[in-house]
Design a binder for this molecule. Sequence first.
Ligand SMILES: Nc1ncnc2c1ncn2[C@@H]1O[C@H](COP(=O)(O)OP(=O)(O)OP(=O)(O)O)[C@@H](O)[C@H]1O
Length: 312
Amino acid sequence: MTQTARRSRTPLRTGSAVNFTNVTKSYGDVHAVAGLDLAIDRGETVALLGPNGAGKSTTINMLLGLLANDGGRIELLGREPQEAVRAGQVGAMLQEGGLIPRVTIKELIEFMRGTYANPMPLAEILEIAQLTKLADRKADKLSGGQAQRVRFALALCGNPELIVLDEPTAALDIQSRRDLWQTMAAYAARGNTLLFSTHYLEEADEYAERIVVIAQGKVLADGTGAELKKSVGGKTVSIDLGDWDPDGFSRMPGVSQVEVRGARLHLNTVDADATVTALAQSGALRNIEVTGGGLEEAFISLTSGNNARSGS
Ligand SMILES: Nc1ncnc2c1ncn2[C@@H]1O[C@H](COP(=O)(O)OP(=O)(O)OP(=O)(O)O)[C@@H](O)[C@H]1O
């Protein structure tokens, strides 16, 4: 599914899916989550990004009621997390989910469905997870990508309106990642909510409507990929300097810093479009190159200096 198609769909559900208010969690001296505020509406697809130790897993575990918070308030679909999970409103795909060998995919899903009062119909689960043709295959005879789609199918069994996934595509090849994303998009397109953590920035940019960057247990940035890139500016426009005076360029729109390296002039800009337009108007477009401004740069800029954790 394209980004445009996904963003233009009308969410079928409204209201709050996830609500963290000033949530804290410490392990001894380590403040893993330090006053986290996060609100996610029903129907949103949200990526949780952060450096190692940022508090992503702790946040997800508290959200699923697997870990108690020390302070603040957590609401899941307007209820206590454990209540929402027990009612089958929330599905989870955590990293360590092993599959039972020698059992077929269909048997495995049927077993899981049996643990819920109102499970999703088997055929629907198989269809969303693209497993219809593999239903009679034994769970230990699957590729990594197929096994991950089975884990996703198991998360669908309770017919949840929210699914939380901890690094769902880690260790998958590109095609398997795309296949899994197709299945997750099919689930989201029904108006459901998806919250996933990932280390793949491009993936967050491509599949999430919203990216929440956390570090040191707090939200550092929250917005679309485009907004995050824009918020840190960070593009460099470079041209051949020729015999122009470099000082004159500092007053051009968007320019935050001017640097001369050899025969090239490098302009750091928070608005590359405006800077390039001004350069064109001045007749200074010689060998122009625009670099940076990717999500990777934005992520590094946002989290640099924030991944050291102190106990204070
Ligand atoms: N059971 C625990 N006991 C002590 N410290 C812990 C425990 N679990 C996590 N921590 C610490 O809490 C902080 C947050 O960890 P958490 O696993 O939530 O981060 P994360 O963002 O998921 O990291 P990663 O991307 O590496 O999985 C880290 O400093 C970690 O070392």
